[in-house]
Design a protein around this ligand. Structure first.
Ligand code: PFF
Length: 445
């Protein structure tokens, strides 16, 4: 009988719709609603967005396909799949380190993601109870400051969010993650469209179009490239082997290139559409698009200030749903590894990792400045680095026959291979190195 280390995943996505909702659910999250608008705002808008789209197409998309392909071939957690591929093909076992890097990155991401989600959670009752009524920019800024410094309250919301994550992941892929995504994601899309219609009608849509789509190339620096690259990987959920994990639950009849294309397009569209839900209000309220991480939490309440309270309540509830379907994918990566590598059951694995994340989360609540560092290290450094490794691994180490088998033969495979072999490793390495130099030696010193 095969032991737990050698069996493939027995749990699978129940339907194509379920997989798409779970995969889009992982990608669409706070990265689209919170991180993308504020980084685009800080980086001058349009020029950043152009580079961001390039990063999605040239780097993010091929890595996403490779993660699904290798995950489905391996049929195990990311670390176990990589171990299987290297032992079967007599390649250096050191490649397993790539899986470790991914697992550490995803848990680091999860550790601060639950705190930002707790801020969103806190905003739900505030909005429903009419707490934003009559808000102007100054009052809203003050409210956000008060919310994040009310540590006990944030602690409470973080515990609730974390407990829900543990509960759903413990229930399994089909019975937990897929079910949650199938319900939450369609609701999210309906609400987002409603928000955009409202923002475009009541806000300054013309300035938003100019801000998002008229590139000002004088704003581009190496920082712009690094931020766009990190955001592309963060938003697509690639580079940390999370999609490797989701790929392991794919059935054989799923067309990976087509579905990867769908996931990447949906994610990119939601980021741009979220810009149209936020920036028209930013401009019409006379707010500054460069205000950083607070952008989402300060501007949206201003928009809701003059509306019936349930509108804001529903919006923050849906942002919370989007955050939730992303965070469960991060936790799943760790639980899946514990499950088939260490033979620890899902329930124990989810609770065990939940306890570790609980203590890390407390650290961020009391030292919020650490969130910036964790976000930079995991999002802007570890994910692109993971992308470089996945590119080299899929392009040079894994036999081509495996990719042919998973992705199908044809021109799309040849293009993907060129991107994975050359474009991803070379260009991402250059961006990472120059971006780090620019960050740590800003004056060229
Ligand atoms: N893609 C998610 C978002 O946009 O919020 C965050 C995320 C999930 C990043 C899973 C990385 C990951 F592996």
């Amino acid at each position: 009988m095969a032991g737990p280390v050698t069996v493939g995943k027995s749990d699978h996505w129940g339907s194509r719709f379920g997989f798409i909702m779970a995969a889009v659910g992982s990608s669409v999250g706070l990265g689209n609603l919170w991180r993308f608008p504020y980084i685009a705002g800080e980086m001058g808008g349009s020029a950043f967005i152009l580079i961001y789209l390039g990063c999605i197409l040239l780097f993010g998309f091929p890595v996403l396909m490779a993660e699904y392909a290798l995950g489905r071939h391996g049929q195990r957690s990311s670390i176990a799949s990589i171990r299987k591929i290297v032992t079967e093909n007599k390649k250096p076992i050191a490649w397993v380190g790539m899986g470790w890097l991914g697992a550490i990155a995803s848990l680091l991401l999860f550790s601060f993601y639950i705190v930002i989600s707790a801020w969103v959670f806190d905003f739900v009752p505030q909005a429903f109870l009419g707490g934003f009524s009559g808000f102007d920019a100054a009052a809203s800024g003050e409210n956000f400051g008060e919310t994040t410094s009310n540590k006990l309250e944030i602690f409470f919301y973080m515990c609730a969010f974390l407990a829900l994550n543990v509960f759903i992941v413990a229930r399994g892929v089909h019975g937990g993650i897929e079910k949650a995504a199938e319900i939450l994601m369609p609701l999210f899309f309906v609400m987002l469209i409603g928000m955009v219609i409202f923002a475009v009608i009541t806000g300054d849509a013309a300035r938003t179009v100019e801000f998002l789509f008229t590139p000002d190339f004088s704003k581009i620096t190496f920082d712009t490239f690094m931020a766009a690259l990190g955001q592309a990987f963060f938003s697509l959920s690639v580079g940390s082997c999370v999609m490797f994990t989701y790929g392991a639950y794919l059935t054989r009849d799923t067309n990976i290139p087509k579905n990867a294309g769908l996931v990447a397009s949906a994610d990119t569209l939601v980021a741009l559409v979220a810009g149209f839900a936020i920036f028209p209000i930013v401009f019409s309220a006379g707010l500054n698009p460069e205000q950083g991480p607070g952008l989402f939490f300060v501007t949206m309440p201003v928009a809701f200030g003059g509306l019936p309270s349930f509108v804001g309540g529903i919006f923050f509830t849906l942002a919370l749903f989007a955050a939730f379907t992303s965070s469960i994918s991060l936790l799943e990566t760790g639980v899946s590894w514990l499950e088939d590598q260490k033979s620890i059951g899902r329930v124990k694995g989810a609770i065990g990792l939940g306890v570790i994340m609980f203590f890390m989360g407390i650290g961020y609540i009391w030292m919020p400045e650490m969130i910036d560092h964790a976000s930079f290290l995991s999002g802007d450094v570890m994910l692109p680095l993971g992308g470089v490794l996945i590119g080299i691994f899929a392009g040079w180490v894994v036999p081509k026959s495996i990719l042919e088998n998973e992705l199908g033969k044809g021109i799309h495979l040849e293009i993907a291979l060129v991107l994975l072999r050359f474009v991803v490793p070379i260009f991402i390495s250059i961006i990472l190195i120059l971006g780090m130099i620019g960050k740590f030696f800003p004056d060229g010193g």
